[in-house]
Design a protein around this ligand. Sequence first.
Ligand code: SF4
Length: 353
Amino acid sequence: MANGRPEPSALRLVRGLLRHYPFVLKNFRHYFHNLWRRQVRGTNIVAPYAAVLYVTHKCNLDCTYCTQKEPDVFSDELGTEDTIRLLKVIRRETDSILFTGGEPTLRPDIEELTRAARFDLKFRSVLLVTNGTLLHKRQKLFDSLHSIIISLDSLTVDSRQPMSKPSVLPHVLENLQLARSRMPRPTDVTISTVIEEWNIGEVERILDFCGEQGFVFATQSALHEKMPNLRLRQNPRYQALVGRIVERRRDRKQPINGTPKLIRTMLEFGDFQCFPTMFPRVYPNGDVFYPCEPLKKISGNLLREGSFTKVFARGRKLYGDIPQCKAVCHLFANVMSSYYVKDFWGLAGDTIR
Ligand code: SF4
């Protein structure tokens, strides 16, 4: 505010762009790179924006919708040194890494891996997804993560199903407050929820809880064999929940992952085109899925082939270009890839608005 008059929005925009220039630069580079790949080279294999590294298949919980507990494709974990070597290969093509699993905090070296990613390999964004049960034993994570994603499906304790998230809730809520006290800002903590028919009411409560705590709220619905549960669309309580999430995001009432359009497409199972190589999935031994994890095809290993580019090129030879799937896999990353590649400026506008 200069001499009491609000700053012109254009100036505010330029200040914002300058403040976040590494992020802005990265996105402009990706935008033009993907344009060239699609328009000139005629491929839907887009550049990796952030890599998703499964550091273990092991988990101490047993969630109903989990696709990782009995993976069709299984791979052994590498030791600490080789996993850091793998991270080095990944860092050559993207500056963003998401550690996941199974439950990544089950790895005794997870603090060393995230420390190396942030401070030795200089990843600009180091994220980790966890069920939150072991965070009190892995507190050095808070010194190296840019953001932590803790998954919650309910705020009501239910110990009838051992190894379910509701059965360990009190412990997770304690660790959530620990994370809140250790991460620089409440918005460095994201609560990730998966909507099923049984927990619509619980997700409503988690949305409010995130608003009160200042956490980022993120959600998607559970898939079965890549298929969303279409019955949810007929459920008035689900429709009301989707409406509330979109409205709060649109009115910026609380931090919510995604843009209003993206959230609607994802939760109302709208049409989108998937570009899975934007968020390539890497298994603990360095194997990379191509075209994607749900299609269960591995097209190479980063430690053997040496880059995503070579692995994707090999995948294209073996399995063809990215398939044009319809009405499946309504997950955040897939729908995000569609908006990012096909409606970049719309997404950018919605993101800063
Ligand atoms: S929609 Fe699903 S199956 Fe199709 S490319 Fe994307 S992730 Fe793979």
